[in-house]
Design a protein around this ligand. Sequence first.
Ligand SMILES: Cc1cc2nc3c(=O)[nH]c(=O)nc-3n(C[C@H](O)[C@H](O)[C@H](O)COP(=O)(O)OP(=O)(O)OC[C@H]3O[C@@H](n4cnc5c(N)ncnc54)[C@H](O)[C@@H]3O)c2cc1C
Length: 384
Amino acid sequence: MSRNSADVVVIGAGVVGASVAFELARAGCKNVVLIEKATPAAGSTGRCGAGVRQQFGTRHNCILAREAVRIFEKMDEYLDYRPGVEFRQSGYLMVAYSDHEWNQFKKNVELERSLDIDVKTLTPEEARGIVPFLSLDRLVGATFCQEDGHANPFHTTFAYVQAARRLGVEVQTHTSVIGIETSSDRIQAVVTDKGRISTNTVVNCAGARSGEIASMAGIDLPVYGERHQILITEPVNACMGPMVISFHHDFYCQQTPHGSFIMGVGMPGEPKSFNIRSSVEFLDEMARKLVTILPPLAELRVVRQWAGLYDRSPDAQPILGECPPVHGFYNANGFSGHGFMLAPIVGVLLSELILTGKTSIPISMLDAGRFARGELVLEPTVVG
Ligand SMILES: Cc1cc2nc3c(=O)[nH]c(=O)nc-3n(C[C@H](O)[C@H](O)[C@H](O)COP(=O)(O)OP(=O)(O)OC[C@H]3O[C@@H](n4cnc5c(N)ncnc54)[C@H](O)[C@@H]3O)c2cc1C
């Protein structure tokens, strides 16, 4: 029979919720319940590009990503996961197409190096030494970090869920959260379509649906869904190591370990919605950008295209931490396209915050209160 009380209830078994539940149990929290309305990785996690990078323009993002990479590097042993999460450090090549962008990249590199992230600037010709078929047309420069990379989002989530279960976390799949009970601004219970779980602590890891979960506790959380599309090609011999990413073109492209290319572009004017249908316009836009940046790849045949949701916050930065005025309601959402790469460290930090009231890396600037205070966090280096 399922538990009817818990020390902590984590809502959503994407990579973030799975990481939070595991880290809570690892830190000694005895009674953790992870609730998922479908199956693990059924949300954005199972639809994402699963790139992992440390090249950012803000100090907190560089540090969070650097620490996440440290966990990815040891994840198979850390989570005792035999199939492996397929983390490959094949690098990220970030390409600049204007002087403005190039100046920002150079500032980023200075910041990243000051934080022990091993990044270099490259001339267009040097960038071509890394990706021989990169077009030099209008390319101003590039930056490269070999330690960035890519993992398998399904294996990563399953690895966390299995490790959490071994530590005693109860994972309730095919179970929807339909209500949250509060009294005197304290969490009292989570209500699901299968029953009621009394608890004083909830972690909202419901991805693009996080606003709905928050509203159940009477909280107005400005997280919304935004469709992003992606495709995968037929597999070919290994010919491109790093993820190639252009903010100017809203474009990214990566060859997976089995040879297929995964790639996506941002589509202008995408409305707030939960729409995850694919469109033919995306294929057009993708092809147009691909021939501009990596021309020979235009020959590849597309095997499948799909769409998923970014869990967008107003400043495209994560929302982490307790959410006054409701004590015991924590957020780990609003990742806006970077939740996969940050999930390992977010699990550690949320667990620290819930169990000790402190975090080993400062995250208070990412609290939900920043929107009301007008203290938006501006990260210059994001796609879409
Ligand atoms: C096309 C695309 C490409 C991307 N590429 C990258 C990338 O390269 N790198 C990167 O870091 N990020 C990327 N992202 C973003 C990444 O997918 C997300 O930030 C990340 O997966 C968020 O994980 P999550 O666990 O918070 O959310 P999700 O994986 O969405 O998990 C939330 C879970 O909550 C469950 N849920 C919702 N409501 C309820 C309820 N009422 N009751 C119970 N369960 C509920 C859902 O079923 C879901 O499983 C990409 C996203 C897309 C769409």
